[in-house]
Design a protein around this ligand. Structure first.
Ligand SMILES: [Zn+2]
Length: 78
């Protein structure tokens, strides 16, 4: 995870495995889902392939340690 590029994105299912309906933060295991449920996150930082997700809290806690770079997502118009 060190030095990877991350982008802020609304959660979506992993395109290569649409059967997954949720993901977890890599660090605190917070849950990301598309559907609305109590205590789930809908936005977070993800690797550019959508594979790994990190919540904003863990991002702030670990960004310096891991030297993450935040980039604009090419396919997100937010
Ligand atoms: Zn987290």
């Amino acid at each position: 995870m060190r030095g990877v590029e991350l982008c802020w994105r609304t959660y979506r299912r992993y395109p290569r495995n649409p059967d997954w309906d949720h993901d977890h933060c890599e660090f605190c295991w917070a849950k990301f889902m598309v559907e609305d449920h109590p205590e789930v996150l809908h936005q977070g930082y993800c690797t550019l392939d959508d594979y790994r997700w990190i919540c904003s809290e863990c991002f702030s806690d670990f960004k310096e340690m891991f030297e993450w770079r935040v980039v604009r997502s090419s396919d997100d118009n937010v």
